[in-house]
Design a protein around this ligand. Structure first.
Ligand SMILES: Nc1ncnc2c1ncn2[C@@H]1O[C@H](COP(=O)(O)OP(=O)(O)OP(=O)(O)O)[C@@H](O)[C@H]1O
Ligand SMILES: CC(C)(CO)[C@@H](O)C(=O)[O-]
Ligand code: BAL
Length: 280
């Protein structure tokens, strides 16, 4: 496994694989890896010959520096997991490497970035597309894999790739969960034991909504989720969006096709997200 910290080293490692005729898959991450990330690596490996993983805690997608500062990191453990998984290249840049001129050049999906979860975290998706576009330009993968857990992020990136005619395919991979249903997230380790138990309310509220989806309106599902989350006093519902699955367009009246339910719930200063696509 090649560990690269500069753009030149990363490009050289990828070029060496290309010279052997290998196709390249990519999994962008912010590190502190868990089984959710490793499932994305496996998906990338089934589609391509060699996989590159980036580890970069991207400052431009964090609103509050407290959230950025508290973001968990463990580079040695991450590298061991990636080596064991047979990853070919790991790219671990510094902030100066990714942002040589700060935020002079940005990439933004102007509509999709500034709706739904983008309103809960202003500027977040602009930071995501800006860094992902840079990562794609450095690695130039054939395929990149993103988790469905970050549902809006996946749709935003697909839109960016289509609109900028980027020559790669984006694949979405299902959410990997703990045994009790909590979506795996690097942020879970910051939860107190009480909040960790309370966090089950995310998946439980989605299950309650799914059970009533057929024949339901958006307003009905809003109520089911809000009422379920309200039964957990430690949880604060921050965002709840029920939209058409691919376009993220709003739905009037009853659900009429694949529908994405996206929720964000805060436990103190820790914001957790989950989603489910239901087809009535
Ligand atoms: N439980 C999961 N199942 C599948 N994919 C996941 C899961 N958690 C994260 N991912 C995906 O891994 C990629 C990197 O995500 P990231 O490094 O932000 O991890 P994370 O655990 O989501 O961290 P956090 O939510 O705390 O920011 C993204 O494409 C994300 O959607
Ligand atoms: C895609 C990503 C690595 C960009 O920083 C990040 O948003 C994430 O980990 O989901
Ligand atoms: N997984 C999305 C990255 C973030 O929360 O900033």
């Amino acid at each position: 496994m090649q560990i690269c910290r500069s753009v030149a080293d990363c490009r050289a490692a990828i070029a060496a694989l290309r010279a052997k005729g290998k196709t390249i898959g990519m999994v962008p991450t912010m590190g502190f890896l868990h089984d959710g990330h490793m499932s994305l690596v496996e998906t990338a490996q089934t589609h391509t010959d060699a996989v590159a993983v980036s580890i970069f805690v991207n400052p431009s997608q964090f609103g509050e520096t407290a959230d950025l500062d508290a973001y968990p990191r463990d580079e040695n453990r991450d590298l061991e997991m990636l080596e064991n998984a047979g990853v070919a290249v790991v790219f671990i840049p510094e902030v100066e490497t990714m942002y040589p001129s700060g935020d002079e050049t940005i990439v933004e999906t102007t509509r999709m970035a500034n709706m739904l979860h983008g309103l809960v975290r202003p500027g977040h998706f602009r930071g995501v597309t800006t860094v992902v576009a840079r990562l794609f330009n450095i690695v130039q993968p054939d395929v990149a894999v993103f988790g469905e857990k970050d549902y809006q992020q996946l749709q935003v990136i697909k839109r960016m790739v289509a609109d900028l005619h980027m020559p790669l395919t984006i694949i979405g991979a299902p959410t990997v969960r703990e045994a009790d249903g909590l979506a795996m997230s690097s942020r879970n380790v910051r939860l107190t034991p009480e909040d960790r138990t309370a966090a089950l309310i995310l998946s439980q509220s989605l299950t309650a909504a799914e059970a009533t989806a057929t024949g339901a309106t958006v307003a009905d599902l809003h109520k089911v989720i809000a009422d379920t989350v309200a039964t957990e006093p430690r949880a604060t519902l921050k965002g709840l969006d029920i939209v058409e699955a691919e376009t993220l367009n709003t739905i009037d009246g009853p659900l009429h096709g694949p529908t994405a339910i996206m929720i964000s719930v805060a436990f103190g200063d820790i914001l957790l997200i989950d989603q489910r696509v239901v087809t009535p």
